[in-house]
Design a protein around this ligand. Structure first.
Ligand SMILES: *[C@@H]1O[C@H](CO)[C@@H](O)[C@H](O)[C@H]1NC(C)=O
Ligand SMILES: *[C@@H]1O[C@H](CO)[C@@H](O)[C@H](O)[C@H]1NC(C)=O
Ligand SMILES: *[C@@H]1O[C@H](CO)[C@@H](O)[C@H](O)[C@H]1NC(C)=O
Ligand SMILES: *[C@@H]1O[C@H](CO)[C@@H](O)[C@H](O)[C@H]1NC(C)=O
Length: 415
């Protein structure tokens, strides 16, 4: 009797360990299931608004992807011990050029598994869908619906930051996806109303988007030659850009709705840059896709920098002139559209697909679209990575990245 109980226990135990050996993946934690909860947007008076998505909405009924299974893994992140101290340090740095050390908590949270291609692919799709309203054609499955005029994240006539909020059924984890557009800067007739896309140039160009003498600059800080007045630049940015302010409001609204949740950020293009800036501010795990270099913007916005920003992951490829910071020069496709995207250094770590070398892609602004990332980069394992036993390139910090090297930034008051 006793003996037979022991043997059957042993049999169960052996069977279980055998199973684990044969399927090591059975030991991985189950992916988190996310469903769409809200749409978010910015109203004409620059307020964040949310719209709830009901399960019965056209979207859930028609969408093939009504649930997103993302793998997670534990990562370390840094969070300011006190948000007030963060704000104080920022204001002091802006007003008086004084640095105030603040305390950061190192915490461990679940973040998206950025080594898992399927997880990156689904996050990219969640970001893509941020371009669309529920039920609208093109909600992923995109299929035939996209072409070269597909939005690439810089739509001057669009209505500001939009995107979606996804949640697990128990509300324990939230994904905030952000689609950025330049019109987000338009504060409903405020001082920036006429500036539309030129505000992007304020954040991501070296000196007020002075590309050459034919350009109307977006701020008056250019001082001849390669000289640019630093104070002037920062004042212009802080006074005229709602970019970061809208983002922090969005985040605060979300933590109000979901006080206990672990929040992840994702975004494409300008939305990716915003996701990253919020990621360093609030210590949230972040995936930014094809974002322009936002490190310079973080400095110009005087964001106190955490001791480590490795919880931010960028993903981009080398043929995208916006992410690479080569969207400049008088005759480039970007300049012809009125953009000067010259910043190139990214915060955190970057997963870089070298499509120029490996796929012989030409550098072209049309490769910047999220659909291109979904269909061409993430649909299959990346062959050069497969050679190293991985599915996606390894994320690495951008060391020795130099920004705007020909410019001289300093104290050059206007005459
Ligand atoms: C791309 O799609 C849009 C909207 O469906 C359409 O208006 C436009 O003509 C298309 N452009 C090309 C080049 O096919
Ligand atoms: C999750 O949040 C929603 C609000 O978006 C709420 O209606 C729902 O009851 C919450 N679910 C749980 C399990 O807390
Ligand atoms: C978001 O937060 C702002 C500022 O706290 C508040 O005025 C606004 O009502 C909030 N919006 C939503 C949708 O919760
Ligand atoms: C691209 O990568 C694959 C896999 O590593 C390799 O076999 C191929 O030669 C590469 N192509 C070029 C043009 O480097």
């Amino acid at each position: 009797m006793l003996l037979s109980t022991v043997t059957s226990w042993l049999a169960i135990f052996l069977a279980a360990s055998l199973r684990n050996e044969q399927h090591p993946s059975a030991a991985l934690p189950a992916p988190l299931q996310f469903e769409l909860r809200h749409l978010h947007a910015v109203s004409s008076d620059a307020q964040v608004v949310f719209k709830d998505v009901q399960r019965s909405d056209a979207l859930s009924a028609t969408s093939e992807l009504s649930s997103y299974a993302l793998r997670s893994r534990r990562i370390k992140t840094r969070r300011p011990s006190s948000p007030d101290a963060f704000d104080r340090a920022r204001v002091r740095s802006m007003r008086f050029r004084e640095t105030e050390a603040i305390d950061w908590d190192e915490i461990e949270v679940e973040g998206p598994d950025t080594e898992d291609r399927e997880t990156l692919l689904l996050l990219a799709k969640m970001t893509n869908n941020a371009y669309l309203s529920p039920g609208e054609q093109g909600w992923y499955e995109l299929g035939e619906q996209w072409n070269v005029s597909y939005p690439f994240g810089w739509e001057p006539d669009d209505d500001g930051f939009r995107g979606h909020v996804f949640a697990t059924p128990d509300n324990s984890t939230i994904v905030l996806s952000i689609k950025g557009t330049s019109a987000a800067f338009i504060g409903g007739g405020g001082p920036t109303a006429k500036k539309d896309k030129f505000n992007d140039n304020l954040l991501f160009s070296c000196c007020c988007a002075r590309v050459d003498w034919t350009w109307t600059t977006v701020c008056g800080c250019y001082r001849g030659g390669w000289k640019c007045d630093q104070d002037c630049l920062e004042e212009a940015l802080i006074e005229e850009s709602l970019f970061y302010t809208i983002g922090t409001n969005l985040y605060n609204n979300l933590t109000y709705l979901y006080p206990e949740a672990n929040i992840w950020m994702t975004g494409h293009s300008l939305g990716g840059a915003l996701a990253s800036l919020l990621g360093v501010t609030f210590g949230t795990p972040t995936l930014a896709i094809e974002s322009p270099g936002e490190k310079m913007a973080a400095a110009r916005l005087h964001l106190p920098s955490p001791p480590s920003d490795q919880h931010i992951t960028h993903l981009y490829h080398t043929a995208d002139p916006i992410a690479m910071g080569t969207c400049n020069g008088v005759l480039s496709s970007c300049a012809l559209g009125g953009y000067a995207m010259e910043s190139k250094c990214h915060l955190g770590k970057s997963i870089i697909y070298d499509t120029v070398s490996n796929l012989s892609w030409a550098v072209d602004i049309r490769t910047h679209t999220i659909v291109n990332v979904i269909e061409k980069l993430l649909a299959e394992p990346w062959p050069p990575s497969v050679d190293e036993g991985r599915e996606v390139p390894e994320a690495v910090a951008e060391e020795d990245c130099v920004e705007c090297f020909s410019w001289d930034f300093g104290d050059y008051p206007a005459k």
